[in-house]
Design a binder for this molecule. Structure first.
Ligand SMILES: [Zn+2]
Length: 311
């Protein structure tokens, strides 16, 4: 497989208050892990900046303006957008670069520049609803990427698989009544943000939630994947699979109580690649979401990317 990686120093310049789990060191830890000789074959590219208009693929203009109003001007200043979400002077540029990388990744897999792509960006995106920045997220990168695939490349069916330990409420909100996008999520329940029950299936049955009880591990995660996520994906026959790749279900993560190991992310990646091979000409775009223990994050992201490269 040819695997592309999007990275950019701006992802280190979105600053959150001291002690906040969503911090620049997360991307630093991934960059160090992917610097290992095992990843020498990765096709590394600098992430491009998206236009502000790109955000409108998944959000109304009011949302973009509201986020922009919260961006501080003075160096060192940090504004609180809501309970958990903060903006520093470079946050808008970082968020728009994450959006730009997600869209470029879609272009790459549809034009044959790469079989699959990993985007090591922050802030994350899957909690951002149509009109709400929340849970460390400004703009929903996965949703914007899906809309871009449809609009620019004529994708008819896009699947978004979200294995972040928190439910991707934002992605569910955006595609609730859209039969052209399948959203599958495994997540701990109960846990922030509180949505993601099994009976939340969307207007057309294209939302598949597979909640996991606290303190379960690999076996239950793989069983949820095998019994709920993979059959739904196979039936849907997506033209593109987008992964909301959060690594906070790792057993070391401080924000949740699921006990996955790095190999589970390797395994899940492998299963998604099999489906992408069958219906999507191998097209997989993976976007970093959560993951707050630096060691667990680096290990998990490394094994995920290695599997993308091996196929
Ligand atoms: Zn998360």
């Amino acid at each position: 497989m040819s695997t592309r990686l999007y990275e950019h120093p701006i992802f280190l310049e979105h600053v959150t208050p001291a002690g906040h789990p969503e911090r620049p060191d997360r991307v630093r830890a991934i960059n160090v892990a992917l610097g290992h000789p095992n990843f020498a074959r990765l096709d590394r590219k600098e992430a491009p900046l998206a236009s502000e208009e790109a955000v409108l693929l998944a959000h109304p203009e009011d949302h973009l303006r509201a986020v922009m109003r919260h961006i501080p001007e003075e160096d060192g200043e940090i504004n609180q957008i809501e309970a958990d979400t903060y903006a520093s002077p470079k946050s808008l540029q970082a968020a728009l670069t994450g959006v730009g990388a997600a869209m470029a990744a879609v272009d790459d897999v549809f034009t044959g520049q790469a079989d699959n792509v990993f985007v090591a960006a922050r802030p994350p995106g899957h909690h951002a609803e149509k009109t709400t920045a929340m849970g460390f997220c400004f703009f929903n990168n996965a949703a914007i990427a899906a809309r871009h695939a449809q609009k620019r490349h004529g994708a008819e069916r896009v699947a978004i698989v979200d294995w972040d330990v928190h439910h991707g409420n934002g992605t569910q909100d955006i595609f609730w009544d859209d039969r052209s996008v399948l959203f599958c999520s495994t997540h701990q329940m109960p846990l922030y943000p509180g949505t993601g029950a099994k009976d939340e299936t969307g207007k057309h049955g294209t939302i598949v939630n597979a909640p996991l009880s606290p303190n379960v591990g690999s076996e239950q995660f793989r069983e949820a994947f095998k019994s709920r996520v993979l059959p739904a994906l196979s039936d849907f026959r997506p033209d593109l699979i987008i992964i909301s790749a959060g690594f906070d279900a790792h057993h070391r993560d401080p924000l949740a109580q699921i006990n996955l190991v790095g190999e589970d992310f390797d395994w899940a990646t492998g299963r998604l690649l099999e489906i992408a091979d069958k219906s999507a000409s191998n097209r997989v775009v993976s976007l970093l979401e959560g993951g707050y223990d630096l060691e667990g994050l680096a290990e998990s992201a490394g094994l995920h990317v290695l599997r993308l490269m091996k196929g």
